[in-house]
Design a protein around this ligand. Structure first.
Ligand code: NI
Ligand code: MN
Length: 229
């Protein structure tokens, strides 16, 4: 399993010849080194509807004839925006693809999108647990710290946890450190930082703090990948 980071909360997970992209915030993501036109994907999964996560989901779904897996309200909203293949689901359950399972788990955040002068509510935000070939990745989405992260560790034993450290809109580094202690993944990768000045953080200091706790962390620069076997 190969995990490529595209900055902010966007990751591509490759298993054999299949590619899952999570939160494809590409065009307006100042850290993203790739263009949406360059990416071939087999599935798009979304943690919530904020524009820095939804990104080019509609474009990628249409161009690649790929399904969008998302919480019920968000999936149905995307259907009205021209996505023909959606897989609506909800927290606690999973959608099984022939090459992996996508499960939504809780996240404490909000979810909405701008519609004219209003904001439309898009259902609960979520974290994503993806499992394929005996390997599991937990993408926490945008979330504050919550103690049921212990359960995510206990039930799904993620090999990799992608945890937001930006603060302000999500956990900051201190909370993410506690999350990693609770989840106990083999590797923790910080996400959702340095995209904008208000979420500026030092990911290397975060990884150094993980190591003091006996946990492994890896900083992925945008475009860099981590392979787990
Ligand atoms: Ni958000
Ligand atoms: Mn966000």
């Amino acid at each position: 399993m190969k995990i490529t980071y595209y900055g902010h909360a966007c990751v591509m997970i490759e298993v054999e010849s299949k590619k899952l992209i999570i939160d494809p915030f590409l065009r307006d993501n100042p850290l993203c080194p790739v263009k949406p036109e360059e990416l071939a994907v087999d599935c798009i999964a979304l943690t919530h509807g904020h524009s820095d996560h939804l990104g080019e989901a509609v474009f990628l779904a249409q161009r690649n004839k790929a399904p969008v897996v998302a919480i019920f309200e968000l999936a149905l909203y995307l259907q009205t925006k021209g996505v023909s293949w959606v897989e609506p689901m909800n927290i606690g359950g999973k959608v099984s693809l022939p090459w992996g399972d996508i499960r939504l788990v809780p996240a404490f955040h909000s979810s909405s999108i701008e519609e004219g002068k209003e904001r439309r509510y898009l259902g609960m935000p979520a974290g994503i647990v993806f499992t394929s070939g005996g390997k599991t990745v937990y993408h926490a989405g945008d979330t504050g710290l919550f103690s049921d992260m212990k359960l995510i560790g206990e039930l799904y034993h993620p090999n990799v946890a992608l945890l937001p450290i930006g603060d302000r809109f999500t956990m900051g580094p201190a909370e993410a450190l506690k999350a990693a202690q609770w989840i106990r993944p083999q590797v923790t990768v910080p996400i959702h930082y340095n995209t904008f000045p208000v979420i500026k953080q030092d990911p290397h200091a975060f990884v150094a703090d993980l190591e003091k706790m006996g946990l492994k962390g890896v900083v992925l620069a945008p475009g860099e990948a981590l392979t787990i076997s």
